[in-house]
Design a protein around this ligand. Structure first.
Ligand code: PEP
Ligand code: MG
Length: 612
């Protein structure tokens, strides 16, 4: 059997299929409706049963190794799980108070600890730790992380099959074991695709419900470059042939979304072509913008970890255009402390010299990046709910901690601060006022930080795009997040493969908005960056150059190919010609007309085939 999906992260994966149940299907809300109570009890009992089995297995292997002391600890945990105290109390709360399992567990644990405290239990501290441990274990089972965390070890490589995967689950994956990811849903701009690309895990999204018919343990071959998934490929091709093909393909692996024809007409990645041509990411020519302003066009990198900052440096990025800090908060049960965050931000900024820009965006959770530790109520439509700045303004304790850490790190380099999902002037002013308060507290405490740090606004909600002139007046820079801006403008989810024609950066409505944002910002002398996936869409590059975009920020994997195309375009065309082209497409009817226009007017881009 062969399924066709959408290539989201290039490369070839060969391994045994394993289905994962994603936590996205499970409720984060503390309560459940009455009709779900009996199903919730079953879910809870299954999670407890799984925990008992796992602890028994750990205990048995500890005993085998003669580690009796540790085995005794496991024994205590088993007793906790098997007696009625914790589990019985939690079941009662589900049954009578209609608590969701995770909330019932937390409440039951608090009750048990309180009883122990009242009786001055001599082993209160140790028991509290054991309790927490088993509660977390059951919690992981409930969220489906059990299989992610504990099933994915061993010598065989696996290809994960799932309906969808949250970014917090994706960051927990071990790329040594997880060779590939195959999703029923998802799209190239979904966060899980962005993460799998940055982790280098071949991924295909939008494979459809047939994925469910593949059994666990079947051998599959996943091709993240063409978007195909072949089940039992050895049966069709013979194992030796598959392995030979796999090896050959791995050697000539075509990365990412674009291919360009090499001299002999063979497909070669634009990244490869770019590297062969100039060795490293080219320095973009400095182009004079409106009124002779030096736009200092730059190509920066999008990252979500320290490791990616080092790769950005070695790949030749001119800095970091977007550090998605929310990933520091994911895959854990607590929030990172100020010290932990400070250490991370300092390490990232210290990777570069003191003048290199490093744009750090405050935590942008919500939407398709839920954060279990926030314990927010379930929403009908999370993308139109509490997200990004909205959550930070609700949880100012978290925002202030993060701001302190970022500001302290700003003493070590050229950090710029960026706020996500701003929709109104009020939100922006509130955010800025909180920055001023945190700055004042640091000054009072004599803690060094960059007092003239640049502060920018993500333009990813249409209201912010329409208010760009007002926002630009008060901000130091704007950064357009097209992944979200397109989905909110076109009312087409960034995660829906069937709506790709609508979620298209070349939609005239999207281009008009972007054009307006850039013009508004420039009229106030403020630079504009674009850090959505659109900045690595080849057909969009001449248009963005023509609109006068100052900074392109792309994933590390796209740096070389985008850099190469940008320098080629800037060399061949002057800014007046590019501007005319950018203005001409604003009057076209459809995205397909824009694409055709670009192909006709920029023949050098015809070499580039955008996949798919
Ligand atoms: C965007 O929306 O384009 C963006 C860069 O932010 P994220 O993809 O993290 O939502
Ligand atoms: Mg966004």
């Amino acid at each position: 059997m062969q399924l066709q999906g959408i290539p989201a992260s290039a490369g070839l994966a060969w391994g045994r299929a394993l289905h994962l149940v994603s936590s996205t299907r499970q409720s984060e809300s503390p309560t459940i409706p009455l009709v779900r109570v009996s199903a919730e009890l079953k879910r809870f009992d299954a999670a407890v049963g799984q925990a008992i089995e796992a602890i028994e297995a750990i205990r048995a292997s500890l005993l085998e190794e003669g580690r009796t002391e540790e085995a005794d600890i496991m024994e205590v945990q088993l007793v906790l799980l098997q007696d009625r105290e914790l589990v019985g109390k939690a079941r009662d709360k589900i049954l009578h108070l209609h608590y969701a399992s995770h909330a019932a567990l937390e409440a039951a644990m608090a009750d048990v600890l309180e009883t122990m405290r009242q009786h001055s239990h001599p082993q209160l501290v140790e028991r509290a730790m054991d309790l927490e441990d088993v509660v977390h274990r059951i919690g992981r089972n409930l969220r489906g992380e059990q299989s992610v965390l504990e099933g994915l070890e061993g010598s065989e490589t696996l290809v994960l099959l799932c309906e969808s995967l949250t970014p917090s689950e994706a960051v927990l994956l071990n790329p040594k074991v997880v060779a590939g990811i195959a999703l029923i849903h998802g799209s190239v701009t979904s966060h899980v695709a962005i993460i799998s690309r940055s982790m280098g895990i071949p991924t295909v999204v939008g494979l459809g419900p047939d994925l469910q018919s593949i059994a666990d343990g079947q051998m599959v071959l996943l091709d993240g470059t063409t978007g195909t998934l072949t089940v039992d490929p050895a049966e069709v091709l013979g194992e030796a042939e598959v392995l030979r093909e796999a090896e050959a393909l791995r050697e000539t692996q075509v990365p990412r979304e674009t291919q360009v024809l090499g001299e002999a007409g063979d497909p070669m990645s634009t990244a490869e072509a770019g590297k062969r041509q100039i060795g490293r990411v080219p320095q973009l020519p400095r182009v004079r913008g409106e009124g002779g302003r030096d736009t200092g066009r730059q190509l920066l990198s999008n990252i979500s970890s320290c490791a990616e900052a080092a790769t950005a440096l070695s790949e030749g990025a001119a800095g970091i255009g977007l550090f998605r800090t929310e990933f520091l908060f994911m895959g854990r049960n607590d929030f990172p402390s100020e010290e932990e965050q400070f250490a991370t931000y300092r390490k990232v900024v210290s990777t570069f010299d003191a003048r290199t820009p490093v744009i750090i965006r405050t935590m942008d959770v919500g939407g398709d990046k839920p954060l279990a530790s926030l314990r927010l109520e379930e929403e009908d439509n999370p993308f139109l709910g509490k997200r990004g700045m909205r959550i930070s303004l609700m949880r100012q304790d978290l925002l202030r901690t993060q701001l302190r850490a970022i500001l302290r790190a700003s003493a070590y380099g050229n950090i710029k601060l960026l706020f996500p999902m701003i929709a109104t002037l009020g939100e922006w002013r509130q955010a800025k006022a909180i920055v001023a308060e945190v700055q004042a507290a640091l000054t009072d405490a004599g803690i060094p930080y960059n007092q003239s740090i640049d502060i920018g606004i993500m333009i990813e909600v249409p209201s912010a795009a329409l208010l760009a002139d007002r926002l630009a007046q008060e901000a130091d820079f704007l950064s357009i997040g097209t992944n979200d801006l397109i989905q909110y403008t076109m009312a087409a989810s960034r995660n829906s493969p069937s709506l790709r024609k609508l979620h298209d950066p070349l939609q005239p409505a999207v281009l008009r908005l972007i054009h307006q944002v850039i013009r508004s910002a420039h009229s106030h002398g403020k630079p504009v960056s674009l850090c959505g996936e659109m900045a690595s869409e080849m057909a969009a590059l001449p248009l963005l150059l023509g609109m006068g975009l100052d900074t392109f920020s792309v994933s590390n994997e796209a740096l070389a190919s985008v850099g190469w195309q940008l320098s080629l375009l800037s060399e061949r065309w002057d800014s007046a010609q590019l501007r005319l082209a950018a203005e001409a497409v604003l009057d076209l009817d459809e995205a397909s007309d824009v694409r055709q226009y670009v192909q006709q007017h920029f023949p050098e881009l015809q070499q580039v085939q955008v996949l798919p």
